[in-house]
Write a protein that binds this ligand. Structure first.
Ligand code: ZN
Length: 396
């Protein structure tokens, strides 16, 4: 029986495919272009002179840890607090952050490269650099002026999240009872202008009605830069199955958020018992009113966060894998990506996903769930590169 050994070899190799091992993880990471769509390190760069080149024992992102995580491209979020800042102050604060990000990238030319297109991410990787990109989080930052939106695009921002946790004058957030019934006429103009520029429209944070209005308006695929699955954790920020299918039908991508509160429906009630830590944090916030809800930043806040995580523990990595698996099952393998929210969610991240150096654990976990190498390469960044190219092509 000459064929038996061949069949046996096929069987062995199929069995090997269904499990992770370090060599397979390394191979997939070397094939993939790993892109994380949402990271909040910007505030530390702007306010604390955080040096990306140094390895830190706090925060979740720096160059040494990105290298271990095999990161090819990373979107820094340009986020401005909607409570503390007036709209015109938000414009100022946004420009300040774009400036500090661009200067930080320029300060490390041997490792980092500013990128604004999918091709530039791939090129940076070929140069041995990590591509750094920018996304504006919260449409309030344009102060209801398309000229300011266009200026952010010119400065390098390649997506805008239409709202943060407050309504803009033209779009409802998911965090408050609606006031606009979704997107206003001006909100539709914002979406069309983003389409014309080639800027990705990000529907993380918006209300369900705003979401469907955006999908009906946008000529290009849309993204959720950092959202998880509502069927698994009932947060209004998460995507329902119907929303997952709707994004897929428009050829968009949902980038899964790693924040425990969006992975585990019980997280908020577990947090409720920690009244002493909440009071400590409130006192810190009071001292820095201009930066009222920048609770995850600053050394004092970090100490409180460390106490919280020591008391609560972390959810297992399996919770995060559940969200990837569910999103792929509902939206399809071509419509899921990474939107960690690192440095934006205190230390509330799953076990084994404490910072960006841990991406290999995610890859191993996906392998153990039976994902093929090709599937994992799509999730890690292939899908993101595709949606970026589609949005770039749709620009006029
Ligand atoms: Zn966010």
């Amino acid at each position: 029986m000459r064929t038996t050994p061949i069949l046996l070899l096929i069987a062995i190799s199929l069995a090997a495919q269904s499990k992770s091992d370090p060599a397979r993880v390394a191979r997939v990471l070397s094939q993939a272009v790993v892109v994380d769509l949402h990271d909040d390190t910007t505030q530390m760069i702007t306010d604390e002179a955080y040096n990306l080149a140094e390895q830190h024992d706090f925060g979740q992102i720096d160059i040494p840890r990105m290298k271990v995580g095999h990161v090819a491209g990373l979107f820094l979020s340009i986020w401005t607090d909607t409570v503390a800042f007036t709209p015109s102050e938000a414009v100022h604060r946004t420009l300040l952050q774009i400036d500090s990000v661009r200067r930080e990238i320029a300060r490390h030319p041997a490792e980092l490269e500013l990128a604004t297109t999918a091709d530039q991410i791939v090129a940076a990787r070929q140069h041995g650099h990590i591509a750094m990109l920018m996304g504006v989080e919260g449409g309030h930052a344009i102060d209801s002026d398309l000229a300011i939106l266009r200026t952010y695009y010119q400065l390098g921002a390649r997506y805008m999240t239409l709202t943060h946790t407050n309504h803009t004058p033209w779009a409802d957030t998911s965090s408050k009872p609606p006031v606009h019934n979704g997107l206003t006429d001006f909100g539709r103009q914002v979406v069309r202008e983003m389409n014309r520029l080639g800027m990705m429209v990000d529907i993380s944070h918006v209300s369900d009605k705003t979401f469907y209005d955006v999908l009906a308006t946008s000529a290009a695929p849309v993204i959720a830069s950092h959202s998880s699955c509502r069927a698994l954790a009932n947060a209004p920020r998460n995507m329902t199955d119907d929303m997952l299918r709707a994004i897929a039908a428009k050829n968009g991508v949902v980038h899964i958020n790693f924040y425990e509160a969006f992975l585990d429906g019980n997280y908020a009630s577990r947090l409720k018992g920690l009244t002493a830590e909440a009071a400590e944090q409130a006192a810190i916030d009071k001292k820095t009113p201009k930066f009222g809800d920048r609770s995850n930043y600053g050394p004092e806040s970090r100490k409180v966060n460390a106490k919280i995580i020591a008391k609560l523990g972390r959810v297992p990595l399996s919770k995060l894998l559940d969200h990837f698996e569910h999103a792929v099952k509902v939206a399809g393998i071509d419509h899921v990506g990474l939107g960690s929210d690192f440095d934006g969610v205190e230390d509330a991240l799953p076990q084994g996903m404490e910072d960006i150096s841990k991406f290999p654990n995610l890859v191993a976990g996906l392998m153990d769930r039976g994902f093929s190498d090709a599937d994992i390469v799509k999730i890690l960044g292939g899908n993101t590169l595709r949606v970026m190219r589609d949005v770039e092509k749709a620009a006029k």
